[in-house]
Design a protein around this ligand. Structure first.
Ligand code: HEM
Length: 305
């Protein structure tokens, strides 16, 4: 039911709107010559897209970040888990029941009313999508800007060849993808990998980030190379039954955001040494708290494209 809302076709129909949101966000800092790209672009873009998709008031987007950080980050190995207040989600659902609008949440509420899913399933799905739908996208955009600015020759190549953007997004997913670990799997039967046998029923945590730097799979894996022919063979959206439901949307948002940043912000460079940038402490999502950058102010304001 939910997957239908995120198909490649439905996602493509959102591209124009995603471009408009992106350029409006960039317009707000383009004349300044500096920006904090997580807070001013990578975070608000997917948060606004999620709000609009679900029909959640834009004023509530600020909450998402806290909920998500609480749910996915672990501090010193201690997981902290604080889902959004139940009453907030319940109120949201009650509002859609009373006055349905043209959005995904209203569709889910209609399905609930038709007996296709329970209220608990509806609230859980909403919570999952709010979190899964934006935190990874924040990471993909921020890690992408960082990889490009840390490799100026790759940035210059993309500036000359904007048509390469889709391959760039795949290489960012491989080189510094935002999900370091896949969802847990459980061995259905004993499995032997190398010299280790995993007994039936045992959990398996797969380190996607390690697979992406496997020299047996990717040549010179520690090099960020936007011309890499097999970058798309990464597992950045997982694999099999649980393959990311929002992969098309995540890819499209990142492509739009990275293209706009590269085309509109000449001489883009991190404003602080890269090794001073802070990452969250958790081992699930790999993202940046902040990404301060500088750039040359373009003569004519952008806004197109
Ligand atoms: C842009 C970057 C994104 C990345 C890198 C990403 C990555 C992932 C990964 C690695 C998984 C686990 C798959 C597995 O273990 O096999 C996953 C699952 C999931 N993702 Fe994403 N995701 C992104 C964006 C999104 C968006 C935009 C949405 C929602 C619209 C979304 C919704 C989900 C959901 C619902 C699942 C669980 C699927 C299931 O268990 O059946 N993701 N994602």
């Amino acid at each position: 039911m939910v997957a239908g809302a995120f198909t490649a076709r439905r996602t493509e129909a959102m591209r124009g709107r995603v471009q408009k949101i992106t350029h409006d966000l960039i317009d707000a800092f383009a004349a300044r010559g500096s920006a904090e790209l997580v807070g001013e672009l990578a975070y608000p873009l997917p948060a606004i897209v999620m709000c609009e998709t679900f029909g959640i008031p834009l004023a509530d987007q600020g909450h998402f970040r806290q909920w998500t950080s609480n749910a996915v980050l672990a501090d010193d190995g201690q997981p902290v888990y604080a889902p959004p207040p139940d009453e907030y989600l319940r109120d949201l659902v009650a509002g859609k029941r009373a006055a349905p609008t043209d959005d995904l949440l209203s569709e889910l509420v209609a399905a609930e009313q038709a007996g296709q899913l329970s209220e608990t399933e509806l609230l859980s799905m909403l919570f999952l999508l709010i979190i899964a739908g934006h935190e990874n996208t924040v990471g993909l955009i921020a890690n992408g800007v960082l990889a490009l600015t840390a490799n100026p020759e790759q940035l210059a190549l993309l500036r000359e060849r904007p048509d390469m953007i889709e391959g760039v997004v795949e290489e960012v997913l491989r080189y510094d993808g935002p999900m370091e670990l896949a969802a847990w799997r459980f061995a259905a039967e004993p499995v032997t990998i190398g010299e280790t046998t995993i007994p039936a029923g045992e959990p398996v945590v797969i380190a996607l980030a390690a697979a992406h730097r496997d020299p047996d799979r990717f040549a010179d894996p520690d090099r960020f190379d936007i011309t890499r022919p097999d970058a798309g063979a990464h597992l950045g959206f997982g694999y099999g039954l649980h393959h990311c439901l929002g992969a098309a949307l995540g890819r499209m948002e990142a492509a739009v955001a990275l293209s706009a940043v590269v085309q509109r912000l000449p001489d883009l460079a991190p404003a602080v040494p890269i090794d001073q940038l802070e990452r969250g402490p958790g081992s699930i999502v790999r993202s940046l708290y902040e990404l301060p950058v500088t750039f040359t102010v373009a003569d004519s304001p952008g806004g197109a494209g």
